[in-house]
Ligand binder design. Structure first.
Ligand code: AMP
Ligand code: MG
Length: 287
């Protein structure tokens, strides 16, 4: 009897392969690994994942409270309107805020600019037990910085190796690094910018500067492709999430996160320095 193929992990399907990456070759509308009918099925599946995700998150938190050193860092990158905020809302909205640490990285402040580019990042890494989320990250320092030539090219090229060494040490110290690129097409970005213009509840998100950045679309795709070619290590891999369909993006990031937490083989920590029988006896004795 033919053995049925084991279901492929979404992490494996979306993991960028080692070697040269060409983002243009990746279909932003695709839905790899999703076998349902569409948005409704994806939302239902995410709801079903929620209890297990919550348990694993609590186990990680409990581990951190009882001497464990492990944490998770989810890095989100993407062009403007790719849905970093939406992913935070939908995926992390499934989890307990107590165990989450969210950090957005904007243009560096004057103080940040006086330091090494990793300085601000290192200060905001998740402590043990915590799932940290970076909404943009140190990858801006090899993407926007390169597109706008904010530092000399040789400084920018030297950063790939610096990033790999930094992430390697981070992983060795117990942080699981999960890097997701939310990949949208230029046409989808145009639609989303127009939607922001046409909806007063989205005006706060509209930034005319995004249209200026859009003019550099190809340069951004190239800078991202190069960053993924050079910084897609075994220790800290990149996942390219097709993100033209928001429901697929949310489903896929939820699946990747669940799979990564499963791989950590989390468990409930044992009692710490107390004996269950003795404690029962003390409570029974009216203490
Ligand atoms: P947003 O996330 O849309 O609110 O925008 C934040 C802006 O800060 C984006 O245009 C980023 O490219 C920019 N940014 C983030 N990090 C850096 C950096 N290290 N150097 C220059 N610009 C950055
Ligand atoms: Mg923006």
């Amino acid at each position: 009897m033919a053995k049925s193929e084991p279901a492929r992990r979404i992490s494996d399907l979306l993991r960028l392969p080692a070697g040269s990456v060409d983002l243009q070759a990746i279909d932003t509308l695709a839905t790899p690994g999703f076998s349902g009918a569409g948005k409704g099925d994806a939302t239902t599946e995410v709801c079903h994942l929620r209890p297990r995700l919550a348990d694993m998150q609590e186990q990680l938190y409990a581990e951190g409270r009882t001497g464990g050193q492990r944490s998770v860092l989810l890095v989100l990158q993407g062009m403007d309107t790719a849905g970093k905020g939406g992913t935070v809302k939908h995926v992390l909205g499934l989890m307990d805020p107590m165990g989450l640490q969210y950090q957005a990285f904007k243009q560096p402040t004057i103080e940040e600019r006086e330091h090494h580019f990793l300085w601000r990042v290192k200060r905001r890494l998740p402590p043990p037990g915590i799932i940290g989320v970076f909404d943009r990250s140190h990858y801006e320092d090899v993407v926007v910085v390169r597109v706008h030539e904010l530092v000399p090219p040789e400084v920018c090229s030297s950063r790939y190796g610096i990033i790999n060494r930094f992430e390697g040490k981070l992983v060795a110290s117990g942080t699981r690094v999960v890097k997701c690129f939310l990949h949208i097409s230029k046409e989808e970005q145009r639609k989303r910018l127009i939607a922001r213009l046409d909806d007063p509840t989205k005006h706060w998100k509209y930034n005319p500067g995004d249209v200026d950045e859009r003019a550099c679309w190809d340069e951004y795709q190239q800078a991202y492709s190069d960053a993924f070619t050079k910084c897609n290590t075994e220790a800290a891999p990149w996942y390219a999430v097709p993100a033209d369909r928001k429901w697929y993006r949310n489903w896929a990031v939820t699946k990747i996160l669940s799979e990564q937490l499963e791989e950590m083989a989390l468990a409930w920590p044992c009692s710490q320095g107390w004996d269950r029988g003795k404690e029962h006896a003390r409570l029974a004795a009216g203490q």
